[in-house]
Write a protein that binds this ligand. Structure first.
Ligand code: GLN
Ligand code: ZN
Length: 763
């Protein structure tokens, strides 16, 4: 039974990669110094995995920015615009210009598009394909790293180079020209893959890993055919090397028939996301006599210790049906998605820390599992008793009980929308096309320094509060001057929309060093939801009420919703996600009610992450929407008819889920749309959204100032699709990443356009 790993975090324990890349980009170090940091991280990673006794250790899982972009460079998938930059004469600068764009000496080339890696929070650079796309071996990275690993690990037999498989690689990309389907490029692509594999074989490599996460999706018949073709060819021409095909993030039972005609040495399946697939996969492979099954039993996307009893049960089942030689064990996916080492956490309560495991610990868990299989029952027993250990830090029986006792009344406003709308319109007396923003205003250096100083206790609570109040006073004045209708307090006290709340809720903790790569040099430190989540006191009321006291206009309260808090955290795995979501929802609901009692009449509950939590397979969508929408409604339905609930969503395609968004029954929703020039509006031709809506009228992701005319034009378009009385006018997301001067001019044009619309579009 071989133990292996699909990929190890590459940012370095002190985020060395981030620091080195950023220093290189700002010309503080040269490429030699940058490469040195890469070498050091790789060496450390290989040593750790070697020491942990892994039989197969990944190579080429390191990346200076993104492993999908690495593939594009390896395969020569590089758009002409980057190749034509005369100032660039080496691969690393070419690579970074693709990732980040190139603005220098008159050149202004945009970065490539970036999008989410399946349903994780990692972002990859989307490969760009042209109709006559050529492929070639362009970069040497994989071969260089192989040579390096040979030096360090001594035994080549242990090294397993990792590549994204050809079918998933094409699938993850995008056509840059019309009238062709990128998957049809497979015939051009396969010969290059075969060349690469043969070259690796000639270097003495015994195993290679081809990642094909497409296997976990709903594959079309056409894509299945392409898959069969691809692996038919690869197994024909690369028979002297062992190929491990990996799937992850979901089960592959629906696609298992593909393996009737494909002969590969080993297949990896994700038994964390989809434990139920084991039975079917085993019965499929037990009919033949050679394919090895790699069992992904350790959770590479969460930070809890493995439940050995659970894993052993699966491993034993597989051994029983295939024999020990045909079973491998591994984490379910690359460990890229978890922090590196729990030993660097010094302030986590010991009862919680004992149950946690980061990448380094997860590798050791494989060893434990092997020992248990070989007969060491003590390890199994101590793991079971550790996981069962209860501690008062985890449980709050009242919260637990309330979370699942949800009545219909709890998730229903008192009256339907049309009655609420009438009451709200009467009470607020807002003009048609009311204007507002999404919540945050520019986070300047000054404000970030202020928060840092307070965090480091260089400022007293009073001093800090006073300064924050000054920022609020200022932002209220600015909004009044621009003549916005519904104001916000600016979110100056928040570093991050989830962290702010998780720091204030019980049952959630922040780590000191639990960094995970989000994209390129950007790392995030997701909070850990370890126990029953509850509200200990007011979280936002003080700031919102202060802001309201500064103006006669309506001040909008600003909260993060339960689904987003859940989605952007590491979540406990000892109860269904829905229960945790309901616990958070109850806590947010209490905050909503507290704001209402304090006189706040409009409250926004942001749910930008609602869509990204969507399961990969359509068949699982319904149950996701059932609990996620219920959680949102639980958080928002406690208020009176006259209190207006807003929500905000961004980052994603909404057209296919509009009906569910309507089920949230927020009085007003503001959405990201403007990058796609109100693509969203197409959805309204098919589905008429029942409540009020603010389809973002300009793109906050770009520094460009929108003109009054173009905003008016968008408003006019919207007014043809939606009842005028339901339309709000707002930017498409929060303004925290923008500069003040841009914001002032853009918002000024926005309110001007709204005023124009009130005259021209209202008859
Ligand atoms: N209220 C948040 C802000 O304005 C919303 C952020 C988001 O949509 N991700 O920053
Ligand atoms: Zn947004």
């Amino acid at each position: 039974m071989l133990k292996h790993n699909l990929g190890y975090p590459r940012i370095g324990i002190r985020r060395e990669l981030k620091k080195a890349c950023e220093a290189y980009w700002s010309n503080k170090i040269n490429s030699g110094a940058l490469f040195e940091v890469g070498t050091k991280i790789r060496k450390e990673n290989w040593k750790i995995q070697e020491k942990a006794g892994l039989d197969l250790i990944p190579c080429n899982d390191f990346s200076f920015y993104d492993h999908v972009l690495d593939m594009s460079l390896l395969l020569g998938v590089i758009s002409e615009s980057y190749l034509s930059i005369k100032l660039i004469d080496n691969n690393i600068d070419l690579y970074f210009s693709m990732a980040r764009g190139f603005q220098k000496n008159g050149w202004d080339i945009k970065a490539m598009e970036m999008t989410k890696w399946f349903n994780t929070n990692y972002h990859y650079i989307v490969p760009e394909f042209y109709k006559n796309q050529k492929f070639s071996i362009f970069s040497n990275k994989i071969f260089d790293e192989l040579a390096e690993s040979k030096n360090i690990l001594k035994s080549i037999k242990k090294i397993k180079p990792v590549l994204i498989g050809p079918v998933s690689y094409l699938f993850l990309g995008k056509e840059k020209e019309k009238s062709f389907y990128r998957m049809d490029l497979i015939e051009n692509l396969i010969p290059i893959y075969i060349k690469i594999i043969q070259k690796l074989k000639n270097e003495g490599v015994n195993w290679i890993q081809l990642d094909e996460p497409i296997l976990g999706l709903d594959m079309s018949e056409k894509d299945k055919k392409i898959f069969k073709y691809a692996y038919g060819e690869i197994s024909r021409f690369c028979s002297e090397i062992n190929i491990l095909l990996t799937s992850y993030f979901d089960g592959i039972s629906e696609n298992i028939s593909l393996f009737h005609d494909i002969s590969i040495q080993a297949l990896h399946i994700d038994l964390v996301e989809e434990p139920n697939q084991l039975e079917k996969i085993l019965s499929f492979f037990s009919r033949e006599s050679k394919t090895i099954l790699s069992l992904g039993v350790i959770d590479g996307r969460n930070i809890w210790k493995n439940n050995y009893a659970n894993s052993i049960q699966k491993i034993e089942k597989a051994i029983e049906s295939l024999g020990e030689d045909r079973v491998m064990i591994a984490p379910n996916c690359s460990l890229l998605h978890v922090p590196i080492d729990i030993e660097y956490e010094n302030s986590i309560h010991i009862d919680i820390k004992n149950k946690m495991s980061f990448a380094r610990q997860k590798i050791d868990e494989l060893n434990d599992l092997e020992k248990i299989i070989k007969g060491n029952k003590n390890i199994l027993l101590s793991n079971s008793s550790l996981l069962e250990e209860s501690s008062s830090v985890f449980y709050d029986i009242k919260i637990k009980e309330r979370a699942i006792k949800i009545t219909d009344k709890d998730i229903q406003r008192d009256n339907p929308f049309y009655i609420r709308q009438k009451k709200q319109k009467q009470k607020f007396n807002l003009p048609l096309f009311p204007t507002t923003t999404i919540g945050s205003f520019p986070q300047t250096k000054e404000i970030r320094n202020l928060r840092n100083k307070f965090r480091k206790k260089e400022l007293s609570r009073e001093e800090y509060d006073e300064k924050i109040k000054n920022f609020i006073v200022d932002v209220v004045k600015k909004q009044e001057k621009i003549d916005l209708d519904v104001l916000v307090h600016g979110e100056f006290e928040r570093t991050d929309m989830v962290e702010y709340f998780s720091d204030k809720l019980k049952g959630i903790l922040s780590t000191e060093n639990g960094w995970v790569q989000s994209y390129g040099s950007r790392c995030v430190k997701p909070p850990v939801i370890y126990g029953d989540v509850g509200r200990v006191g007011d979280m936002t009321v003080k700031w919102i009420c202060f802001a309201q006291s500064q103006t006669k206009k309506l001040m909008k309260g600003m909260l993060t919703g339960p689904v987003t808090i859940l989605q952007w955290s590491f979540v406990r795995d000892d109860q269904p996600l829905s229960h945790t979501a309901y616990q958070i929802a109850w806590a947010i609901r209490e905050e909503v009610l507290s704001l209402e009692r304090s006189g706040i009449q409009i409250i926004q509950i942001d749910e930008p992450a609602l869509r990204e939590g969507l399961p990969l397979k359509k068949k699982n969508w319904k149950s996701y929407f059932d609990w996620s929408i219920k959680a949102f409604r639980l958080s928002s339905s406690g208020v009176k008819d006259e209190t207006q609930i807003h929500t905000h969503m961004c980052y994603s395609e909404f057209n296919d889920i509009f009906k569910h968004i309507a089920d949230m029954d927020a009085d007003v929703i503001t959405m990201e749309t403007s990058r796609s020039k109100m693509e969203l509006l197409k959805a309204f031709s098919v589905f008429s959204y029942p409540n009020e809506i603010g389809p973002g009228v300009y793109d906050i992701h770009s520094p460009r100032i929108p003109t009054v005319e173009e905003i008016f034009d968008l408003i006019e378009k919207a007014s043809k699709k939606l009842p005028i009385k339901n339309i709000w006018i707002n930017p498409d997301c929060g303004l925290k990443t923008r500069k003040w001067e841009e914001v002032l001019m853009s918002l000024h044009n926005m309110t001007k356009a709204a005023k124009m619309a009130r005259i021209k579009l209202v008859s």
